[in-house]
Ligand binder design. Structure first.
Ligand SMILES: CC(C)(COP(=O)(O)OP(=O)(O)OC[C@H]1O[C@@H](n2cnc3c(N)ncnc32)[C@H](O)[C@@H]1OP(=O)(O)O)[C@@H](O)C(=O)NCCC(=O)NCCS
Length: 190
């Protein structure tokens, strides 16, 4: 499998693979955002991780990236963590799905949309990728605002497991094809 991008630079953000020396800033960002993230992210109950466990997690993320399997990024604005995001190969060989969270102090500034835009462009730079998807639970209206802003196409809702307390168990899928993205990312778009 081809490697996924290691870094994507957008107008305000440096989106790059987490490194083990990010452990303190990542811990601080998650701790400050626990109440905001808890309804929607399945991994929050295991927080707060010890620094040792977080280091191991970042190392295992790095080795998955080296295998081309997935990429987990920090999003930094002027060196400050504003969120995290990832590209994953969970939806078949020609598709990457994109996930994100934004630090509680930095929401509603367009960061999720900006990083998702940058990652989508980067994803189509990976050989064999023909489709990018964003999935969210139907109750997670804020998450759905991101693919809507990027003019992804909404697919059929499907029943899904409930993995986090705010979810209602309906998966919403948004997607865009390579050719669709080439058309829609025209410079006039927000
Ligand atoms: C979902 C999340 C990543 C959005 O991050 P963000 O940086 O605030 O999003 P943006 O500023 O790019 O917002 C894009 C659009 O989404 C919609 N949106 C974002 N937050 C919203 C909210 N709280 N309520 C309703 N709509 C919202 C809006 O339409 C917004 O556009 P606008 O601000 O011009 O109206 C953030 O709220 C978050 O971290 N949530 C918890 C984790 C999570 O749910 N991750 C996704 C799991 S699928």
């Amino acid at each position: 499998m081809d490697c996924l991008p290691s870094e994507v630079v957008t107008p305000r953000l440096d989106v790059r693979l987490w490194r083990t020396d990010d452990v303190p800033v990542l811990r601080a960002a998650i701790e400050a955002s626990l109440d905001h993230l808890r309804p929607w992210l399945a991994w929050i109950p295991s927080e707060p991780l010890s620094d040792e466990d977080r280091t191991r997690l970042l190392e295992s993320g790095r080795s998955l990236w080296e295998k081309g399997a997935e990429a987990n990024y920090g999003a930094f604005h002027n060196g400050v963590v504003v969120g995290g995001c990832g590209l994953h190969r969970r939806q078949g060989p020609d598709t990457l799905d994109l996930g994100y969270w934004i630090h509680a102090d930095h929401v509603r500034k367009g960061y999720a949309t900006e990083l998702a835009r940058g990652l989508t462009t980067a994803a189509f730079g990976v050989r064999g990728v023909e489709r990018v998807e964003i999935h969210h639970d139907k109750a997670n209206v804020a998450s759905g605002g991101v693919p809507r802003a990027l003019r992804f196409t909404r697919g059929q809702d499907e029943p899904d497991q409930i993995r986090a307390p705010g979810e209602i168990g309906i998966d919403c899928t948004w997607s865009i094809s390579r050719s669709g993205w080439a058309t829609r990312r025209a410079p006039t778009l927000p």
